[in-house]
Design a protein around this ligand. Structure first.
Ligand code: GLC
Length: 727
């Protein structure tokens, strides 16, 4: 009996021994396959079941670049980090990136990509925010769905992760997240709900943390009641690597596959069956989901990988995706900067430009294009002497033990910026037309960021900005700052000193070229923030409870801010951020006109005409926010309910767009009735260029409250939560 199609599954399972079954629901035991993948399932050749190879991650396929017995290499493409892709607000682009990742998985013989990650960026210091899209569940869910569609077009599986409420790295294996049902449904589950329903991922990875008292891989309310019964997810659920503490409970809860898999987990499952604790029909159910996924995959279809993915095309895609995700934060008529300008470039990251974050989300690339290389490639002349000083500083410090990589997982430590001697600046200003300062920092898995010298600038960085601006400005020359960062940093104390600020995030392997594309005007920046930059870290609504208590070794984190995450908080409680959600400048300007609200029964849409009223071609991201009525439910002042990006509009060109509003985006989660309800009253629909730049408001009057869907009363908090409220 061999696995051949869906109808063969039942007979194949019937032919399995208990040992076969226990082997199949457990990964192949810390398997590092020849291709450097991070995990695999067991093979049962006599039943025609192949082993599946799995690899990370959200910014590209992380595999070993070298394989035993092969002369060719297996370098993959490092795309921009997820938070940068989300800053493009371009779903088609993200699907393209997904296709690029899918192509490299397919041709490098990887069956399952452990991506995208879509946890909510709840607090600015989460070490893995770089791997996630946004503070907003609609952006996160839509981006993830777009990525999944792209990846799976090549017949490999996407794995959305980490399900659910994995919003910090501190004590990630054990932390218990206490959150209200409403915040869970409207924020933390919502993104996954959108990704599941609109992306149809073939796999989901449960998270490490507990959710209201139960580890997610052992939480049947989450994995069976919500995910499968309510959302009709019918594919595979796997654990995170080492997730959960009870393999038998994991089986019962509907987590089909335990990764990476240990012998003792297999034995525990066999013992549980032999002692009548676990019945084989539970194993059969989980194995059915595993085999159903296997049937979809290239190995089962005997695909012969070429080991030659479209690396050149994918590199161009990575460069384009990076330039589309950059966010212009300040521009006092400096940018774009003609390439005949000679540039003095300050900052270590001009040479060691940071392509992405560390941990499983890293990618093994053949090379990363540095800022200095990108600038020179596009024709800018740079101050070689200045760059040489930085190069010597880096070479010298890189030899020190504290700056050498401890392991691939922790990445290469970022060397603190070189204190820049004022005489060097004085020399450089005489031969340069403008200055560029690049601020670089990194973050990664298993560790959260710090406020000191991380969210806040270091003393060296502040001195660099002060000295370069005072000297260059004295010579009537401009200073441009580039932010090569994984998440928000403090901006208010220094932004007024410089003439332009371009947020280049972590742009992937083509970093320097993409940055030069935007600086030069080859590409007009169209990115907008998908996360708020608070003025101070302490302004964040989570600053008082992140990463949990007791502070020295947290066991529980209570989401007291409740539904007021990110801009939902800042816009409701009138806390002024440094840069607000949805913000981004352009080299051109746009006019919004002809706003019309169309309603067809429950289907609402807003028509709007966008005109490029400026000097150069550009794209605009239109955001639609709703202020829901307040009489029956407390609601945030603003919630994003739709977004769309224009095509590239030439100066003077117009585009008419229809922004469709999904009814659920107008609903609130009613905890009393466990139901999604569109509240009665007047909903204000704001067509906006950002969460604080409203270009027009339409009124939608909903006379009677409408229940869209009643769900199960599950996943309630086990502890009292003092929930933030505006009343
Ligand atoms: C890690 C990460 C997960 C990754 C997995 C395999 O611990 O949490 O995102 O896919 O293990 O590397």
């Amino acid at each position: 009996m061999k696995l051949s199609d869906q109808s063969s599954i039942k007979d194949v399972i019937a032919a399995m021994s208990l040992a076969d079954k226990a082997r199949l629901v457990i990964g192949s035991n810390n398997y590092i396959s020849a291709d450097g993948a991070v995990g695999a399932t067991a093979s049962v050749p006599e039943l025609g079941i192949p082993a599946l190879d799995m690899a990370d991650g959200p910014a590209g396929v992380r595999i070993s670049p070298h394989r035993e017995g092969f002369t060719n290499t297996f370098y993959a493409t490092a795309y921009p980090i997820a938070t940068m892709l989300a800053s493009s607000w371009d779903l088609d682009l993200v699907t393209e990136v997904g296709r690029g990742c899918g192509n490299e998985c397919l041709e490098y013989d990887i069956d399952v990509l452990l991506a995208p990650g879509l946890n909510i960026q709840r607090d600015p210091l989460n070490g893995r925010n770089f791997e996630y899209y946004s503070e907003d569940p609609l952006v996160a869910g839509k981006m993830a769905a777009a990525m999944v569609r792209g990846i799976q077009e090549h017949g490999v599986a996407a794995t959305i992760k980490h399900f659910a409420a994995n919003n910090q790295e501190t004590n990630r294996f054990t932390i218990d997240v206490a959150v209200s049902q409403r915040a869970l449904r409207e924020i933390y589950l919502r993104a996954f709900e959108i990704a599941v329903k609109e992306g149809q991922p073939w796999a989901i990875m449960s998270s490490y943390n507990k959710l209201n008292g139960t580890y997610t891989p052992q939480n049947s309310d989450l994995l069976l009641t919500v995910l499968r019964d309510e959302w009709n997810f019918s594919n595979l659920v796997m654990t995170d690597w080492g997730g959960g503490d009870d393999p038998v409970a994991t089986m019962f809860a509907g987590n089909d596959l335990i990764m990476p898999g240990k012998q003792e987990q297999m034995e525990a499952i066999i013992n549980a069956v032999e002692n009548g604790i676990l019945t084989e029909d539970i194993l059969d159910r989980n194995i059915t989901n595993i085999l159903t996924m296997i049937l979809k995959l290239p190995k089962q279809k005997k695909y012969q990988p070429s080991h030659k993915p479209n690396l050149q095309a994918n590199a161009k895609l990575a460069r384009n995706a990076a330039s589309q995700g950059m966010v212009l934060l300040e521009n006092r008529d400096v940018l774009p900067l003609a390439t005949d300008n000679k540039l003095a470039v300050f900052g270590n990251a001009q040479i060691e430009t940071i392509k992405g974050g560390t941990g499983s989300g890293d990618v093994n690339v053949e090379r990363t294009v540095s800022l200095i290389t990108g600038l020179q490639t596009l024709g800018y002349e740079t101050d070689h002497n200045l760059t040489k000083v930085y190069q010597n500083y880096l070479t010298k410090n890189r030899k020190k033990p504290e700056y050498q990589s401890k392991s691939w997982f922790w990445g290469t430590p970022v060397i603190p910026d070189m204190p820049c001697d004022v005489t060097m600046i004085r020399e450089s200003v005489t031969t340069s037309d403008a200055a560029i300062i690049i601020i670089g920092r990194n973050s990664g898995e298993a560790k959260d960021r710090l406020v000191r010298d991380d969210f806040n600038l270091t003393r060296t960085e502040q001195d660099l900005i002060d000295n370069v601006t005072s000297i260059f400005h004295r010579h009537g020359k401009m200073v441009i700052v580039l932010l090569n960062i994984p998440g928000p940093i403090e901006m208010v104390s220094w932004r007024y000193k410089v003439d332009a600020i371009l947020l280049v995030w972590q742009p992937g392997q083509e970093a320097g070229l993409a940055i030069a594309d935007v600086l030069s005007g080859n590409v007009n920046p169209s990115g907008k923030l998908a996360v708020t930059f608070p003025s101070e870290y302490t302004d964040a609504p989570t600053a008082n409870n992140f990463p949990g208590t007791p502070s020295e070794d947290p066991t529980r984190v209570i989401y007291e801010e409740d539904i007021y995450v990110g801009y939902r908080y800042y816009s409701t409680f009138d806390v002024l951020p440094a840069y607000h959600f949805g913000f981004g400048l352009s080299y051109t300007t746009f006019k919004y006109s002809d706003l019309i609200l169309e309603q067809d029964d429950q289907d609402l849409s807003v028509l709007v005409t966008i005109e490029n009223t400026g000097p150069v071609a550009g794209r605009e991201v239109i955001q639609l926010y709703v202020t829901k009525p307040n009489q029956d439910y407390e609601t945030p002042n603003l919630e994003l309910c739709a977004f769309v990006k224009t095509k590239l509009l030439k100066p003077g060109e117009k585009q008419e767009l229809t922004v469709n509003i999904a009814p659920q985006t107008l609903a609130v989660f009613d905890e009393e009735d466990s139901a999604w309800v569109i509240p009665r009253g007047t909903h204000l629909l704001h067509i906006s260029a950002s969460s604080q730049d409203i270009r027009g408001t339409l009124k939608y009057h909903h006379s009677l409250a409408t229940t869209l869907e009643t769900v199960n009363d599950v996943l309630g908090p086990q502890v009292e939560i003092t929930r933030l409220s505006k009343n």
